[in-house]
Design a protein around this ligand. Structure first.
Ligand SMILES: *Cc1c(COP(=O)(O)O)cnc(C)c1O
Length: 410
């Protein structure tokens, strides 16, 4: 039997990511390939760098995309910044903090952890205290951890890191484009992201930006592959970065005017990443954040209007995802299944200590819209009712509409 072509059914992805890609991103990704060093391609690479400088709100020359999902960006940043034996401080407030810890351990760092319970964030004072106590070389901290829906305030962390001579890395995969992020104003040294959250694209490309301080650390470990070295040129230092694919010193050379060969830039993903950033810049970063705030507030009001209880410290909730407790006696997975099969709407389950306790509902990227919020709340009301939960008729949609009404009345 001949396998049929790929033709996925309609789905409305209202989980914590991935979400439906903006059709304009998909169209950009259907364009024909050009050669790796074609001036058209290298111009696209330069344009992508310039666009992501705006998205990250930075003047960092070293702003580009890593081929691979968000985790590839994290690995590239950490393996290139951390030398074996370096002490790395990881404040953990959810699943992705544990991921940073795990990757830092594989970089052979001496990892020290600080933890708060899931649903909370760290104060700047707590982070400074931990830095004073542990004297790390690198601080690795998530901004928006979708596992708990919390957004860690970062605006004071960079200044603290400078004072104590610590390099500051942050994972902004889930938050960039939907929550304020100021790479330069906040003194961040390295930040990495992905496309499948607020950037409205597919997983597979990881935007990254590095401060001059971070680039200096990375360049001090530069090495050149044997087949590319000139006569008598040294191989590079003994502290060589312990990954070839994620060697940011080499990747920076490839993205610089030297265009020193490394991997082949994933052309189709680059088209997608460029279009994601182009759309954000066209909308205005501030407007995009405001859009996520509005639709996130409407979804929050809606789930409360349905009588559901919200998870975590709502003061520090990310704009683009909300966690709600699964009502007593309800089979969370059966209800998610009913939403998917009857309404083609996907919402998220959760990990670790929250598994089976909360659902996570996203409003991000292309799906941060009024129609998606209202449709999801209307369908959620019906499946809750079907599961025997006493819900207020129209309570979800009504509460969300009130938020939109208030917005219109300014
Ligand atoms: C979603 C998410 C990721 C995802 O990583 P992928 O490699 O793209 O799956 C990483 N970090 C955070 C904080 C996330 O929310």
């Amino acid at each position: 039997m001949l396998t049929r072509p790929i033709d996925p059914p309609h789905r409305l992805l209202m989980g914590p990511g991935p979400i439906n890609a903006d059709p304009r991103v998909l169209r950009a990704m259907s364009a024909q390939l050009v050669g790796q060093y074609d001036p058209v391609m290298t111009a696209y690479m330069n344009e992508t760098m310039a666009l992501y400088r705006e998205v990250f709100r930075t003047g960092n020359e070293a702003t580009l995309v890593i081929d691979g999902t968000s985790r590839a960006g994290i690995e590239a940043a950490l393996i290139s910044l951390i030398e074996p034996g370096d002490r790395v401080l990881v404040p953990v407030f959810g699943r992705f903090g544990h991921l940073l810890r795990e990757i830092a351990e594989r970089c052979q760092a001496e990892v020290v952890l600080r933890e708060v319970e899931w649903g909370a964030v760290f104060t700047s004072e707590a982070i400074e205290r931990a830095i004073v106590e542990t004297r790390p070389k690198v601080l690795a901290l998530v901004q928006g951890d979708t596992s708990t829906t919390m957004c860690q305030p970062l605006d004071e962390i960079g200044e603290i890191c400078r004072r104590h001579d610590v390099l500051f890395y942050t994972d902004v995969t889930a938050s960039l484009g939907g929550n304020a992020f100021e790479m330069d104003a906040w003194g961040v040294d390295a930040a990495t992201a992905g496309l499948q959250k607020c950037l409205a694209g597919p997983a597979g490309s990881s935007p990254i930006s590095l401060s001059p301080r971070a680039v200096e650390r990375i360049r001090s470990r530069a090495s050149v592959e044997a087949g590319l070295r000139g006569e008598g040129e040294a191989a590079g230092c003994a502290r060589r970065i312990r990954s070839n694919y994620f060697d940011l010193a080499m990747i920076l050379d490839y993205w610089s005017e030297k265009r020193l060969n490394h991997h082949t830039e994933a052309t189709t993903m680059l088209y997608g990443a460029r279009e994601c950033a182009r759309l954000l810049v066209e909308e205005g970063i501030q407007s995009a954040i405001e859009r996520h705030r509005l639709h996130g507030s409407a979804m929050l009001a809606g789930v409360i209007g349905l009588g559901l209880e919200v998870f975590g410290d709502v003061e520090h909730k990310m704009n683009n995802v909300v966690g709600v407790y699964i009502p007593d006696g309800v089979d969370g997975e059966a209800l998610r299944g009913a939403l998917l099969s009857d309404y083609a709407i996907e919402i998220g389950t959760s990990f670790g200590p929250l598994h089976g306790r909360i659902w996570r509902i996203g409003t991000m990227g292309y799906n941060a819209r009024k129609d998606t919020v209202l449709t999801t709340l209307a369908a959620l009301e019906q499946v809750l009712r079907q599961a025997g939960v006493p819900v207020t008729g129209g309570g979800g949609v009504g509460a969300a509409q009130e938020i939109y009404q208030q917005e219109r009345n300014g």
